[in-house]
Ligand binder design. Structure first.
Ligand code: NAD
Length: 248
């Protein structure tokens, strides 16, 4: 198995894309720390499914935007597993609205979770990864961080920031054997997108060259590649998984 003996921390792994990533990495042999901020039951479900593949799982609740809580999680994970080889910065939220009506609190909430959270978790794993002289960091950005999107100024700013942060971090740690890449999913069917009206989803499908919405597994498969030895000569890249939406 490609990730046998590896330890992966996946933020926001209780459901959706994070859950699919956690399961995929576990199927490939990795032990997984399942971070979440919402429902413990769903995080425990993810962990139970990981254990059913024969891999180990540790469930850890923490707000990814809280520096002390993030540091505590990384310490606990290293105390439990001895190391962290793979960090997947997946946790994210939306608070949509037109910019002229957007509340400062909605701007702050999205930037804190979606961008500052990536900074904090990355900062916390960098030293341990440097000591190990190897590591894989994979950030979940979004197609809208490349294209922009009306009604999502906060989310787009955060995701464009994640793409920039990916490149800067990649340059800073490349000489230490650590790679940092991002994925930019398009429209993926999860709880985050489930509430959208059917007519919006139908319109989206028409705008996607491959003609269908994506699944969490579509994203997880690419993240697994970026976590594996097969991607060892790639860093600072953002791979779009969007059915061709961002193709120009
Ligand atoms: P989701 O809402 O189904 O799941 C989000 C996960 O993040 C949950 O496990 C939740 O507990 C966790 N989370 C939220 N805030 C957190 C915090 N402060 N600290 C720790 N964990 C927190 O979302 P999803 O659709 O699976 O999205 C996952 C990632 O993919 C997000 O970064 C999202 O922006 C990105 N993305 C999603 C889509 C899509 O179409 N669904 C498209 C592009 C990018």
């Amino acid at each position: 198995m490609a990730l046998e003996g590896k330890v992966a921390l996946v933020t926001g792994a209780s459901r959706g894309i994070g859950r699919a990533i956690a399961l995929k990495l576990a199927q490939l042999g990795a032990s997984v720390i399942v971070n979440y901020s919402g429902s413990k039951t769903r995080a425990e479900d993810t962990a139970a499914e990981i254990r059913s593949t024969g891999s180990e799982a540790l469930v850890w609740q923490c707000d990814i935007a809280d520096e002390q809580a993030v540091q505590k999680m990384i310490k606990a994970a290293i105390a439990h597993f001895g190391k962290i080889d793979i960090l997947v910065n997946n946790a994210g939220i939306t608070r949509d609205g037109l910019l002229m009506r957007m509340k400062e609190a909605d701007w702050d909430a999205v930037l804190n979770t979606n961008l500052k959270g990536v900074f904090l978790a990355t900062k916390a794993v960098i030293r341990p990864m440097m000591r190990q002289k190897q590591g894989r960091i994979i950030n979940v950005a979004s197609v809208v961080g490349i294209l922009g999107n009306a009604g999502q100024a906060n989310y787009v700013a955060a995701k464009a920031g994640v793409i920039g942060l990916t490149k800067s971090t990649a340059r800073e740690v490349a000489s230490r054997g650590i790679t940092v890449n991002a994925v930019a999913p398009g429209f993926i069917v999860t709880d985050m997108t489930d509430q959208l009206p059917e007519e919006v989803k139908d319109k989206m499908k028409q705008e996607i060259p491959l003609g269908q919405l994506g699944t969490p597994k579509d994203v997880a498969n690419v993240v697994a590649f970026l976590a594996s030895e097969d991607s060892k000569y790639m860093t600072g890249q953002t791979l779009s998984i969007d059915g061709g939406m961002s193709m120009q």
